[in-house]
Design a protein around this ligand. Structure first.
Ligand SMILES: Cc1ncc(COP(=O)(O)O)c(C=O)c1O
Length: 413
């Protein structure tokens, strides 16, 4: 470990919880340098929904490299970009009747969020943003400043023109009144230009918003000319079953931020979908050196063709989500003394154990059983499960058994 401890910044984090040196990975299995195999229920924080080194996508990448195709292209036209744009249109936009254009941005989710906020400000001339408690949008200064899940942490950025509304699981009249008042009001003297929401929160604790609330957001924002931004960086690309977690909710966002699993292979890639009529960018107004990652375009197009030409994956994710949540409910019933809460949507699931220490002990116990899970939510009290969507049924069951053992151990007195 010495090189890591001596040479890497103190900011390093996941490696402190999982102090193995990882070497290879296939599907949902990661193997360390000593040959120890770990079952991965973390999936690169949602960037590996299609598994590690998905064999179909690896072939595409190898072929791309062998053939001497472009890797880097800024936003020039390339064969891969055309194939990717057409695949997005055919498998994602058209079937959902989304009349949107695709803006590729630099490679991180935070960059997509930055671009969305800048476009919203450009469109409305208003700077203030409404977001939600428990949200996470990235670590660039602006994205961090609207990440209410980071509030109070030493690293959080603070800008004043932001206000966070509470998370809404089951909408009430009081929620709607607060929403109304906030959207019609000002923040730091600024009127509201944009509302940004993760329709299913990831870092906030695997929490889906009430679809009725999402519909109410759309209605009020339309009335007030406020731009609705859906941050689908973690919950999108099939994580919750449907391609986007807002589908059929009526949120009908103006801008959708997409990243993490969109390349299919865990390659850095991010983009925004922008309602065609709102695509008022001047050429070059938002730029980025790495917005033309052709290797990622190639693997992404194949991922879309392979998994989104029909509803097989969507249905299997929904069904597996039920399997995971019912296993978590069993753990809650057996070990939770009425205190544990199961949450989730598709394969973005969480067990809120109501205690930072217990959640940490469960994640630690899971690692000792060679299962990788992380914690999230306010106070890190939720054990979050993000298995690959393509995980084998046996592996899913095996991981849930290991987790149950870890919960049993962590809660035994
Ligand atoms: C919902 C959401 N938005 C934005 C981001 C930021 O993405 P990145 O880390 O690629 O900047 C994340 C990362 O976890 C996320 O979960």
């Amino acid at each position: 470990m010495n090189s890591f401890e001596q040479l890497e910044s103190n900011v390093r984090s996941y490696c402190r919880k999982w102090p193995a040196v990882f070497a290879t990975a296939h599907g949902s299995t990661i193997t360390d340098v000593d040959g120890v195999e770990y079952l991965d229920f973390f999936a690169g924080a949602g960037a590996l929904s299609y598994g590690h080194n998905n064999p179909v996508l690896v072939e595409v990448a190898i072929e791309h490299l062998r053939a001497g195709r472009l890797l880097h292209s800024l936003d020039t036209f390339t064969v891969e970009k055309r194939r990717f744009l057409e695949a997005m249109q055919r498998y994602v936009l058209e079937p959902r009747q989304l009349d949107m254009v695709i803006q590729t941005v630099g490679p991180t989710g935070a960059t997509a969020v930055e671009a969305a906020l800048q476009l919203a400000q450009r469109l409305t001339g208003r700077r203030a943003v409404v977001g939600f408690e428990g949200s996470y949008h990235g670590m660039s200064y602006r994205a961090a400043s609207i990440s209410a899940s980071m509030a109070g942490r030493a690293t959080s950025a603070h800008l004043k023109d932001f206000v966070a509304l509470p998370f809404v699981e089951n909408v009430t009249d009081a929620d709607l009144e607060l929403l109304d008042r906030t959207l019609r009001g000002t923040v730091d003297g600024q009127p509201i230009g944009a509302l940004i929401i993760e329709p299913t929160q990831g870092e906030g604790g695997a929490r889906p918003f009430d679809p009725a609330y999402l519909r109410a957001i759309r209605e009020r924002c339309s009335e007030l000319g406020i731009i609705v931004i859906a941050d689908e960086v973690q919950a999108g690309v099939g994580r919750t079953g449907s391609f986007f977690s807002f589908e059929s909710s009526g949120l009908d966002p103006d801008i959708v931020c997409v990243s993490k699993s969109i390349s299919g292979l865990g390659l850095p890639m991010a983009l925004n979908l922008v309602r065609r009529s709102l695509d008022t960018w001047a050429p070059g107004e938002f730029s980025g050196t790495f917005r033309g990652n052709n290797l990622a375009f190639a693997t992404s197009a194949t991922m879309l063709e392979t998994y989104w030409a029909d509803s097989t994956l969507e249905k299997s994710t929904e069904q597996r989500g039920h399997t995971v949540r019912s296993a978590l409910q069993n753990m809650a019933d057996q070990f939770g003394e009425g205190q544990f809460v199961v949450r989730g949507n598709g394969l973005l699931c969480g067990l809120d154990v109501g205690s930072t220490e217990t959640a940490a002990r469960i994640a630690q116990g899971a690692f000792e059983r060679h299962l990788i899970v992380e914690t999230c939510g306010a106070g890190d009290t939720t054990v979050k499960l993000l298995p690959a969507l393509v995980i084998g049924d046996d592996q899913l069951e095996d991981g849930l058994t290991r987790l149950s053992d870890a919960v049993a151990q962590a809660t035994s007195h």
